[in-house]
Structure formats: structure tokens, C-alpha cells
Design a protein around this ligand. Structure first.
Ligand code: PMP
Length: 392
């Protein structure tokens, strides 16, 4: 159990898709960088020290992704990376083709940039398992001048993985660029950018044990794009964005990337087993519970579970010692149901009765046992309360 979270009255943390606990290596790198006062753009000793930390992190991240350090633009997170990618790739006109299950940082940014479905935006549907059908993609590519296809590598709510190879092939055949939001994938499964034929890829440090507020955009060498920074100022990161670099955040991102790389395949297998154990426990102990996208290829550490007729917020409130999420944390608090589950054909009621558990590097078998016990008791208690209220 990570220090700090352990202190929180032994709360089992199963919300890694919202944010993963900071890895000790990332904390150490943050503190070391914060102790140096240099601006990475300054030429003196302190500036050079900062620049060395940034260059080191660029190398560490490039090693994790198997790309060149020169292909990485550090950003404030995946939201900025997604926005920069879309703005640049759509700057010369042409349509955006994306999917109904993207994070708002793609879907809403895409709507704003293209003028929406009435303009140059095509939003592709998914099937009941959250998987994209290739036929509408081919239709869209044949019917329009498509500048960019943006499809996420792994969904934040369900963990459903995308087979990007045929999508990228079809897009490239008509001269469109390919972007993927790999925020939930990086650090959870091995990724090789020498193999994965994308032009642009977004990621965020805080999903794999780095800090919040640091991320990156991969731009493949030779991709000739105009820069469209979101903030106007000094031309940092080769003109892609403006603002003094977040040296401590970047150094910590690099340290987290290196820590992840050490045992990625074995860790993915371990977390996947724990997720299976959680699903087996929940389906055995809670009558009627359904695992969303169970038949689709998924990330190792996430499960989206519907407890039909039982509101997710009530279940979560009844298990205060388990930190999980109703739908996606990014839209928690918003009254609208999960657009991802709706796109998969689930009803609004089912979407409102869905809890996402996401596991990660610090999750243990004991955590999973406690979560199963807590969730079973919470659903039971909520059902009893609802029945008692209905009788009154
Ligand atoms: N894309 C996906 C798939 C995400 O899960 C998230 C974070 N919830 C983001 C983008 C936004 O990332 P950030 O917090 O770094 O802006």
C-alpha cells in the first residue's frame, strides 16, 4: 500500500484509471528536480541541470514507447496533447473521424474544432461490447476528405482495447493521419511505436504512477504539421506549446516510465489475474451483476460492473473503504450518464448502476478480497434500503 493512501484508514484504492498512486521513483525525481532552481531554457549551470533532467525524461519515455526522444513533446497532460494533435492535424481543413466512446478531450475538442456532426466530424458507433465496426470507418474514409482518424487505444471506462492496425492502414491508404489517445494504455501494456503505425499519440503521466499535470504528445518524425499552440507565448517544445517547462513533473514522468518498463509484461499478467479474481468474486456473490464488455479484449486492470436497479452512487456510498468510481471520474459529478455505456447500447438506468473498479501496480490479492466483501455487502444493503423505502 502506497504511503499516504495507507494512512487513509486502510481504504482499498481501486481507481487507477482516474489516477494511479505516485510511484516512489517519481516522488524522488520530483523532489530532486524541485530542489534545483533552473529554467530549462537558461544557459547557465542551473538551467543546464534542469535541461538535463528534461532530456533524461525524454529518453526514459522514448525507451518505454520505442520511439526517438525527438518525437516527444511534453505537455500538461493528455487533454492538452489531444487538443494539440487535433488542432494541428485539422489546421489545413478536412474531416475528423473518431468514435462515440472517446474521452471528452477528443470528442468535445473534435466537436469544437470541426463544427460538430453538421460540419466535418464523423463519430463512429461501437457494438454492445464497445468494439468499433470497421465498415462505417471505410464508408467515412471513402465519402469524405478525411484529415485525421482519432481512435483511442484503450477505453477509460470499460478498458476495451482497439485493434489499431487495420484502422491505421485504412486511414493511411486515403492519406489521412492517425492519432490515438493512449492515456489508459501506456504503462499498462507494452507499446512499440516502431510497430504501431500511428502519426500522433497522447499520454498522461498520472495514469502510470507519474504526477498529475504532466503528459506528452508523440509526433512521428516526418509528420509535417503546422503548430497550433493553445496558449500563445514563447515557442517551447519546438514551437508546439508555450510556457516554462514543468521540470519536476517531466522528471517524475520519466522516472515513472522507467519504473514501469522494468516489469511491464509480468505486472500486466499479475494485475489481469487480480481483475479476473475480482470479477469472479463479484459475479458469484452479487446476484444479477453484469461485467460490461466481458467478451472484448480489455486492459488488464479494469472492470466495469453493472448492478441492475442499484444506483452506483448508493453502492459507492455504502462501501466507504473502497475507492472506486461511478462511470468515469472525469465526468463524475456531472448529471449525464456515461456516454460510453450509452454508446454500447446500455440503458440510462444501467449506466447509472455501473461501478468502475480499476487496479494497478500496488493492488494486492487482499485488496481484491476486501473489495469483493465490501461491494457484496454494499449492494445487499442498498437493495434492502430500496425495498424498505418502496414499501413505505
Ligand atoms: N484521455 C483519456 C482516455 C483519459 O482517461 C484521460 C483522463 N481521465 C484523459 C484523456 C485526460 O488526461 P489528463 O488528465 O492528463 O488531461
Amino acid at each position: 500500500m502506497v504511503e499516504g493512501r495507507a494512512a487513509e484508514a486502510k481504504i482499498v484504492y481501486l481507481d487507477y484509471n482516474a489516477t494511479a498512486p505516485l510511484r516512489p521513483e517519481a516522488l524522488e525525481a520530483t523532489l530532486a528536480a524541485l530542489k534545483t532552481v533552473g529554467n530549462a531554457s537558461s544557459m547557465h549551470h542551473f538551467g543546464r541541470d534542469a535541461a538535463v533532467r528534461v532530456d533524461g525524461a525524454r529518453r526514459q519515455l522514448a525507451d518505454l514507447l520505442n520511439c526517438s526522444p525527438g518525437e516527444i513533446i511534453f505537455t500538461s497532460g493528455a487533454t492538452e496533447a489531444n487538443n494539440l494533435a487535433l488542432r494541428a492535424a485539422l489546421a489545413r481543413g478536412g474531416a475528423l473521424v473518431t468514435t462515440a466512446v472517446e474521452h471528452p478531450a477528443v470528442l468535445e475538442a473534435g466537436r469544437a474544432i470541426t463544427g460538430g456532426e453538421a460540419g466535418d466530424l464523423v463519430v463512429l458507433p461501437v457494438d454492445g461490447d464497445g468494439v468499433l465496426d470497421l465498415e462505417p470507418l471505410h464508408d467515412a474514409l471513402n465519402q469524405r476528405n478525411v484529415a485525421l482518424v482519432s481512435v483511442m487505444l484503450a477505453n477509460n471506462e470499460t478498458g476495451v482495447l482497439t485493434d489499431l492496425a487495420p484502422i491505421a492502414k485504412a486511414a493511411h491508404e486515403v492519406g489521412a493521419l492517425v492519432h490515438t489517445d493512449a492515456t489508459q494504455y501506456v504503462g499498462r501494456l507494452p507499446l512499440d511505436l516502431a510497430e504501431l503505425d500511428v502519426d500522433l499519440l497522447s499520454l498522461s503521466a498520472h495514469k502510470f504512477g507519474g504526477p498529475q499535470g504532466a503528459g506528452a504528445l508523440f509526433v512521428r518524425r516526418g509528420t509535417n504539421l503546422p503548430h497550433r499552440p493553445l496558449l500563445i507565448g514563447g515557442g517551447h517544445e519546438r514551437g508546439w506549446r508555450a510556457g516554462t517547462l514543468n521540470v519536476a513533473g517531466i522528471a517524475a514522468l520519466g522516472a515513472a516510465a522507467e519504473a514501469v518498463r522494468r516489469n511491464l509484461p509480468s505486472e500486466a499478467a499479475r494485475v489481469s489475474e487480480l481483475r479476473d479474481k475480482l470479477e469472479a468474486g463479484l459475479t458469484t456473490r452479487v446476484s444479477g451483476c453484469q461485467i460490461n464488455a466481458a467478451r472484448a479484449p480489455r486492459l488488464p486492470g479494469v472492470t466495469s460492473v453493472t448492478f441492475p436497479g442499484v444506483p452506483a452512487d448508493a453502492v459507492l456510498a455504502a462501501m466507504p473503504h473502497v475507492a472506486a468510481s461511478d462511470g468515469s471520474a472525469c465526468s463524475s459529478g456531472a448529471p449525464s450518464p456515461s456516454h460510453v455505456l450509452l454508446a454500447m447500447g446500455r440503458s440510462r438506468e444501467d449506466a447509472d448502476s455501473t461501478v468502475r473498479f480499476s487496479l494497478g501496480y500496488d493492488t494486492t490479492a487482499e485488496d481484491v478480497d476486501r473489495a469483493i466483501d465490501a461491494a457484496a455487502a454494499a449492494v445487499e444493503q442498498t437493495r434492502l434500503l430500496m425495498a424498505a423505502t418502496a414499501e413505505q
